[in-house]
Design a protein around this ligand. Structure first.
Ligand code: HSE
Length: 309
């Protein structure tokens, strides 16, 4: 194989109570990457579209370049690679934009070179892409984008990820307002310590959310979709947050919260119709504040990245 084109999906991280430990993949949007073998021994980025010129073309600074270079170095392969990246989702959106690029890159290079590593072995590479993008190698976007589905990161050291079952009738609504929030900034404003009682409440909800998926029990899922630690701080960065969340709950969503580090807001529902109605109402709430937005309705994407012909 001389070249490959890969799509990797966007993701919703945290899922309210699961800061840095829960995330799920959605069908769209996502990023596309094209890798071509070259005769030189260099990894270069020849083209990036859809980023308004914001992403670095220097392969040492770009998430795609970082993960591919590390992969080739570890495997002691001096293959030249030309990278073409097509960003098909906004940066700083809370949809796991850098994660989709990192995952597309690591999945594509592994396929291009004949799968020298297993999918699970690719995860730490994608996490290095996150470190390059936000300063923190969190896995709650890259793990679901790479493995597909709804993923729990039980532990970071050692890395231990678990793919959770997803009820067939679970639908996500994601609304992206035209505002940019950098994950790095949204992490810096968080408190370094939390109250013991908040930790107890949050643990109860994480456990309830996972039990809700496993049983499955939608009402338990609904009772568990609360965040007592991060939402009160980060929601300040999102104009109209309370109104948009209330709009989703008013239309029958099981719960709603900040998608990743925001500004996107997600809701979960137990039918497609409710999920679509939530999207309309959430969009109206942003519009009443003169904020334009895009809505995505999707089931949990259990496939992860895919090769495009
Ligand atoms: N868990 C990460 C955070 C996700 O909330 O900072 C970023 O998309």
């Amino acid at each position: 194989m001389e070249s490959i084109k890969v799509f990797a999906p966007a993701t919703v991280a945290n899922v309210t109570c699961g800061f840095d430990i829960l995330g799920f993949a959605i069908d769209e949007p996502g990023d596309e990457i094209i890798l071509r073998k070259t005769d030189s021994k260099e990894v270069i980025i020849s083209k990036i579209t859809g980023d308004d010129g914001k992403l670095p073309h220097d392969a040492d600074k770009n998430t795609c370049g970082v993960v591919i270079r590390k992969f080739l170095k570890d495997l002691q392969i001096d293959q030249g690679i030309d990278i073409e990246l097509h960003k098909m989702m906004p940066l700083g959106s809370g949809l796991g934009s850098s994660a989709a690029s990192s995952v597309a890159a690591i999945f594509a290079i592994n396929e291009l070179l004949g799968q020298p590593k297993t999918i699970d072995e690719l995860l730490p590479y994608a996490m290095e892409g996150e470190r390059a993008a936000s300063g923190a190698a969190h896995a709650d976007n890259v793990a679901p984008s790479l493995l597909g589905g709804f993923v729990l990161i039980r532990s970071y050291d050692p890395l231990d990820t678990i793919k959770l079952p997803v009820p067939n009738n679970l639908y996500a609504t994601i609304i992206h307002p035209q505002i940019e929030v950098k994950t790095k900034d949204a992490r810096e404003i968080l408190r370094k310590e939390i109250q013991f009682r908040d930790s107890v409440k949050q643990s109860g909800n994480v456990a309830g959310l996972i039990a809700g998926l496993l049983l499955p029990d939608m009402q338990l899922l609904s009772r568990s979709l609360h965040d007592h630690i991060v939402e009160p701080i980060r929601s300040i960065l999102i104009p109209g947050y309370d109104e948009v969340k209330s709009a989703a709950l008013g239309k029958g969503a099981l719960g709603a919260g900040i998608s990743g580090s925001g500004p996107s807001i997600f809701a979960l529902s137990d039918s497609k119709t409710i999920a679509e109605n939530c999207g309309e109402e959430m969009s109206k709430a942003f519009a009443s504040l003169e904020i334009e937005s895009e809505v995505y309705v999707s089931q949990v994407n259990t496939n992860g990245p895919k090769i495009i012909n």
